[in-house]
Design a protein around this ligand. Structure first.
Ligand code: GLU
Length: 411
């Protein structure tokens, strides 16, 4: 139900913009649904010798600007509607950032924490076995997403090589370095979020030392955001994971938390380093300058939008604010930066990796970060300029820019 709403919300956001842009009916028809959605079973033999069937999806939303591009997530809440919604967001994201890609997204309904490493490998290989004819460096290029990483990309591309007999290293991104993975790709989404934070600070004259931040989600995206933001001098006073979070009035030591998480697997175990434990609900409602949403979709809805006290929100997850909630936040003068802009660092770095893998020309990490900053800053400026000019919010401005580009290229 939630996910169905998520897709309908994304569709509605698109239809509103399509009307504003006066798009022709046939273009609206094409863009309001994915061009293709593949649903499939992935049977694997578990460690106890029994067969278990998992369900996978790949949604290919639109390829007018280039091959479909987007991650594969492993999560118990994955559904057809969720990947459809996320693939549509990828189309807008790639277009906004001027990447030669369309939008795709995939997933498997699974709680990966319940699987052994061996089972996870079979599942990853099984995913590729089921759909490999629909993948390829110029067709559809997967990458990591929620609960997937370079190791999973390694299994997947290895399976892809075996099945196709071709070593096309650009068919997947977010790979380990020895498979033409990109230095800095793993940190790129969080790093990109901090590029946006700095733009926000410049625009609104925020002093980093006096700017407090709460971050929901401490996976790859949230933890890297926290790390780079702290390096820039910002004060991170709260971070959280799925079950709960930690809070320290005068600022958490992110490096210590990262080290503790590596050792123990859980941030809340590092009890000596913080004032108190807090719930996710409390974290979202903290009185901070910047709230960073780096967990999952729909975390701010009309049920809690009135209670948000942050002045600025950076959407690092995909679709964390529902449209109803967005209206409420706007009325309350809370300024938010939309997902397709603020979390685009990952796919931008994937684009660099794709080029590197094709050209077999290794990029240095510094180059990745410099180019990433340039691309994200430019997009922020374009979106901000349009929002000022038309007196609209950043989401609307970024959708106008991105949807218009896709529609023109279909024409
Ligand atoms: N999963 C990331 C996203 O949602 C990255 C996708 C990619 O690199 O293709 O943007």
């Amino acid at each position: 139900m939630e996910n169905q709403n998520f897709f309908l919300n994304c569709q509605k956001q698109f239809l509103d913009i399509a009307n504003k842009l006066n798009l022709k009916t046939e273009i609206i028809e094409e863009l309001k649904e994915p061009q293709r959605i593949i649903k499939f079973q992935i049977p694997i033999k578990t460690d106890n010798g029994k067969k278990k069937v998992f369900f996978g999806f790949r949604s290919q939303h639109n390829n007018a600007l280039g091959p479909y591009k987007g991650g594969i997530r492993f999560h118990q809440n994955v559904s057809e509607d969720e990947v459809k919604a996320l693939s549509m967001l990828m189309t807008w994201k790639c277009s906004l950032l001027n990447l030669p890609f369309g939008g795709g997204k995939g997933g498997i309904i699974v709680n990966p924490k319940e699987l052994s490493k061996k089972e996870l490998e079979k599942l990853s290989r099984g995913y590729v076995k089921a759909i490999f004819p629909f993948l390829g460096e110029n067709i559809d290029i997967p990458a990591p997403d929620v609960n997937t990483n370079a190791q999973i990309m390694e299994w997947m591309i290895d399976e892809y090589f075996k099945l196709t007999g071709k070593k096309s290293f650009a068919a997947f991104t977010g790979k380990p370095l020895n498979l033409w993975g990109l230095e800095g790709r793993e940190e790129a989404t969080g790093y990109g979020g901090v590029v946006i934070l700095k733009k926000l600070a410049n625009t609104f004259k925020l002093n980093p030392q006096k700017t407090t931040i709460a971050i929901q989600g401490f996976g790859n995206v949230g933890s890297n955001f926290a790390y780079f933001a702290q390096k820039e001098g910002y004060k991170i006073i709260a971070v959280s994971e799925v079950d709960n979070g930690i809070f320290k009035e005068d600022g958490l030591n992110i490096e210590e938390i990262l080290e503790c998480k590596k050792r123990t697997g859980k941030i809340s175990i590092c009890i000596k380093n913080f004032d108190k434990e807090i719930t996710n609900k409390q974290l979202l409602e903290l009185n901070v300058d910047v709230l960073v949403l780096a967990a999952v979709e729909n975390v701010i809805s009309k049920n809690n939008a009135e209670k948000i006290k942050a002045k600025y929100i950076i959407e690092m997850a995909n679709g964390p604010i529902t449209p109803d909630a967005e209206g409420i936040l706007e009325k309350r003068k809370i300024f938010s930066v939309p997902d397709i802009l603020s979390n685009s660092g990952g796919v931008v770095a994937s684009y660099f990796e794709w080029i590197q893998s094709k050209e077999k020309n290794r990029w240095k990490k510094e180059k990745t970060f410099v180019e990433l900053s340039k691309k994200l800053s430019k997009s922020f400026d374009e979106v901000f300029f349009l929002s000022k000019k038309k007196k609209i919010n950043l989401r609307e401005a970024s959708y106008i820019l991105s949807v218009d580009k896709v529609a023109k290229s279909i024409k």
